[in-house]
Write a protein that binds this ligand. Sequence first.
Ligand SMILES: *Cc1c(COP(=O)(O)O)cnc(C)c1O
Length: 439
Amino acid sequence: MQFYSTNGQCQPASLKEAVMQGLAPDGGLFMPERIPVIPRAFFNNIGEMNIREISYVVADLLLGQDIESEEIQKIVNDTFSFDVPLARLDDNIYALELFHGPTLAFKDVGARFLARVISHYSGKEGRTVKVIVATSGDSGGAVANGFLNVPGVEVYVVYPSGCLTQLQRAQFTIPGSNIHPIEVIGNFDDCQRIVKECLADQELRRSTGLTSANSINICRLIPQLFYFFHAYASLVHRLGHLPGIVVSVPCGNLGNLTAGLLAREMGLPISRFVVANNVNDTTVRYLHTGIFDPRRAVRTVACAMDVGNPSNIQRIRCIFDTPGHSSLPEILHGYSYTDEDILGTISDTYSINSYLTDPHGAAALRALREDLKEGETGVFLETAHPSKFPRAIESATGVTFPAVDASSLAKVHIPRISSSADALKKTLASQTIGSGATL
Ligand SMILES: *Cc1c(COP(=O)(O)O)cnc(C)c1O
């Protein structure tokens, strides 16, 4: 499979180049040149297949020309060391619980898969790779966990000052070893911008072997397709027939939504997506007006969605730009919510359905309830475990979680830098590779 850049200003790349570069040399995002369609027969017994079997079929269609089938099977099996249950809330609404991985958020899926593909390639070459990730909350922990002690890989987690919860921060500041946190005085968009600027610096990229572990990396995105197929399979298993489904996605950088759209392009019968934003509603405004007008993000209770300039919009535009494709407003219905709306939904869902949602899942659930019509079946993505957001959950429901042991947080010295690419480049250059030391 070849991958083209959404900016269209460079040659198509092989899988290996796309993964190891992260961002295309022209600053665009890589997209598969061809989207394979799943054979109809696959759906005949999909209800009897588990997530590893389903993922293997999808992965092999996308990556089978580049990685041997046995290796793909192993990567997929290692990625899903945990289950992704579909929980029933009421007659027609289900939660896809993506938070049963080691760092309690869906980011584990992409990070674990990416870590294995990168070490598949870097292991063959025996050179050190620097993996950099900007985190709005959950990517940092997932990537740290996925890459911890992977030989030949040094990981840099770039996170915004003051935005993350204690548990989110702990997940990448505690491990040490090859995981290096870097705090940026700014917000997630600042982190994402300076990381992209570093990745776009071809000289730096080549000299350090720098790549991205954000959803701009195509191999973080691809495994996210798998669980849309799995959600569908789980419904078929329960209902005994093939339903058309509506899927609601809590959106930040739009990785999940892009993956869902690609799964639909491959033939998964999703009739439409419901797009949930918090007050950082760049995507929802875009759906309503057709104008992409990024704004500076503000902090909300659903902090992993505090993104004002979502990167993956470029990929979504490419999908809808295909001639003859249905239009964006037909397939994507957008809603945005205040913190009060989100906390209200957590509270109502806990008292009415006895189900505890995290703030992100709650936004998606609220949007799904608003959008779903009589007779339709809806699934929303429950993207993180509620315990990652103890303050919000306690204020909405009174439910408490044990506090994280903060004493271990102060052990590593964390560089704190201004939100400029130069500051980040200097910090990357000053890190001692291979010593296992965090600066
Ligand atoms: C990252 C994240 C999101 C946003 O997902 P995108 O794929 O970036 O749109 C939503 N919820 C949680 C819990 C997250 O960690």
